[in-house]
Design a protein around this ligand. Sequence first.
Ligand code: MRU
Length: 366
Amino acid sequence: MKINGTPYRSIWRDAASDAVQIIDQRWLPHELRIVPLRNLNDFATAIRDMWVRGAPLIGATAAWGMAEEMARDPSDTNLNATWDVLHDTRPTAINLRWALDAMRATLAPLPPAKRADAARAKAEAICDEDVEINRRIGENGLALLRDIAARKGGGRVNVLTHCNAGWLATVDWGTATSPIYHAVEAGIDMHVFVDETRPRNQGALLTAWEMNSHRVSHDLIVDNAGGHLMQHGEVDIVIVGTDRTTARGDVCNKIGTYLKALAAKANDVPFYVALPSPTIDWTVRDGLREIPIEERSGREVTHVQGRGPDGRVVDVQISPDGTGARNPAFDVTPAELVTGLITERGICAATPKGMSALFPEYATAA
Ligand code: MRU
């Protein structure tokens, strides 16, 4: 997508600096900082400390981390050690393991001398594939938004989204936002309700920035407002992303997604999940019991980040000294609450049957 008219991806390898470059998302929307990642520690830190975040981008960053590390030491020992270091950075998004497994499957059969070039080519291919998957999710989701627009006689289509499942969370396009961008391009009158998404406010900081940059009509809302808007008929459809979806359609996504799904069910609002296939964990069925949920620092709850009057980004404490905090970063929405999954191969029910019809190669695993 574009920043001030210039096309960007969220991660790329830059020949001039001979390094992988990322948008350091900790500073958005206040500052656009592009930083190089040069060694394994840089890549692991960038994922763990959320300079980059969002399931597909976490996977892409890990792929590039392994590629750069193979240029330094392509031995079997280092291949496996790198897999371990990068895999241990964040526990919930399955794209991390998917990308690392894809890299290792490509590299392990090769003699070490051939691994560096092959690793860079594979990381590039993973990024290109992510872009294409998200473009197709956009085309498939566009059909849903067109139907709603037609039902409303060309009236405005109101989407509610949670967290940032935008292009910053992927290599490009985003998952939940791709249908929105496609609909805007197709001339559909779109409006997006952006959940702020406490505690880290990915909605307020990142999704709102994306919507602003691409001139998509939007309102930022507090996380507690979605149910009220649904009760009053102001939301036509909810579209969210996911960090891991199980073989039976349970959807793990940013904390608070489950409450939006409950409110959507209670108000007959369709609840869709934009789902790239690398985000499906075919080895897991019961999302509630089998997906590891990341617990992050309580400081993210007791403090909020903002820009001070002098322009500097600061953390402000909002709770009394001594108050403890719990900070589960994700929750699981049971498949029964999900109207459908928008994938790169089409839209399906969040059921083993629906999913394996679109992805028959995994049918036995499901
Ligand atoms: O903690 P984050 O910011 O990595 O969480 C991101 C999300 O929960 C996104 O909704 C999810 O990764 C889907 S991104 C296409």
